[in-house]
Design a protein around this ligand. Sequence first.
Ligand code: GLC
Length: 564
Amino acid sequence: MDTHVETSEDSLDREWWTEAVVYQIYPRSFNDSDGDGVGDLSGIVENVAYLDELGVDAVWLSPVYESPGEDNGYDISDYRAIDDQYGELADWERLVECLHDRDIRLIMDLVINHTADEHAWFQRSRAGEEPYDEFYYWREGDPAEPPNNWESIFGGPAWSYDDQREAWYLHVFDESQPDLNWRNPDVRREIADVISWWREKGTDGFRIDAASHISKPEGLPDGDPDTDPTGIAHYSHGPTLDAYLEELTERTLGEAGVMTVAEMGHTTVEQAAEYVASESNGLEMVFQFDHVGIGDSPEDLFDPEASDEWDLTALKDIVTRQQTEIAWPAPFLGNHDLPRAVSLFGDDERYHRESATLLATFLLTLRGTPFVYQGDAIGMHNAEFQHLAEIDDVMTIGRVESLQEAGVIDSREEVRQFVNERSRDHARTPMQWTDGKHAGFTDGSPWLKVNERYTEINVEAARADTHSVLAHYRELIDLRHEWAVLVDGDYELLLPEDEQLYAYRRTLSEETALIVLNWSAEPATFESPVPTDGADAVTGNYTDVPSTPDGTTFRPYEAAIYRL
Ligand code: GLC
């Protein structure tokens, strides 16, 4: 069918990222070229053809900067250097060149709420050396009594006592990740310089890590002890956050063509909508997390009482709000901090292919700029961790330790099940390239265990199968590129109360797409609340797409797209 829609005059000068599909790479787990068991930049270069074949327009690269690696690179010790395990600056330059040769842009991860404690700034700061002495939040006082009651997002107090400086320092994440003092104009200048430096080297955009946490209120007041983690209400959306972002925008991020997306945990849809709507702060997009937190107790992934049960009508409600209230949404179903999408939202066993392709259909027919997480395009799912010793993630370990210290659990084994549902390691198991040793990820010994099902779920097998999850992703990415209604069209939810079917219309001038997803393991009949006469079946995830939607009984996890 002809899905071409006239390009309006406006869209001629629209920003590149509005029409892009972005692919996130977690470099540690993508591809190891030198056999040390850890992925690296040359390993990505070897697979740029894979990204091109998938059809993505940009890569968001999780951190590759020099780092002690406590939080796998989200603890930076030198913003202008590549960590040895990933290669060197020349390898990064080669990667940019290879990506740009194929018209794929590169988005770097900007970890600017904190540095590693091994960063020279912190080393000098703890020695009291000017001007670094005020680069972090230091408070003097009794070594037995932290300056306030804030708790870290990774468990335990948000303060650690430093014997060298004889003072407390703040860390809203791990103790090895001291928070930068953004109140200090020198810090803000240094960070802006770092951004300009990467920009001049050819970076096309930035994902701002933990963006909601960079501003803290005057006086660092105690938090409500009933919130978890205590203090989060103070150290999220601080009073000067917008002003800091605005300053970065004026100095560097506002440069034409630079894309910015801010990671904002603990942020409501309303707040996300405001950040995106604001003209001054320069943020183009915000990652809003309500939909991926749907099975949790509010805001806490590591609550042992949290249930993995979730309800489709609630998901529709959240996604519909994101789609309709945020001026330009950034849909995503997974990232390096989340369980695998097909395990959370689908059925990773009986309906693995069907549910993984339904999720692809969903993600790639939503309004905004979709982000595809590494491995999701072949349907990678949660691993089975038998022992906590198999876990690497600093957050999982920190949270489990604090539960134990607080007496909530007696033994670590008690939490095995929720660790198996929640650990960030699920998203970080090595990419499955082949059915060979270590899934073709490394010739050495992988830093994290490979998911057992790699012999069946891998890129090589997916390439050979015209009905694979990968084939479906490719087809849908192509379709999105050709059919503007999927990118820009208004989103309208149909059947909000239906507990099996998630259906919506996308409309752009005369063009309408109808998407019907049977998000369940049982057949479901679609009684269309809108006219569907003359509907054309565009594509679906079963080999035979039902020719008309209305009155059709859709099969388990069936997904179909129609042109109305
Ligand atoms: C963000 C990152 C996460 C990291 C944390 C601290 O949430 O996505 O991986 O641990 O920030 O930098």
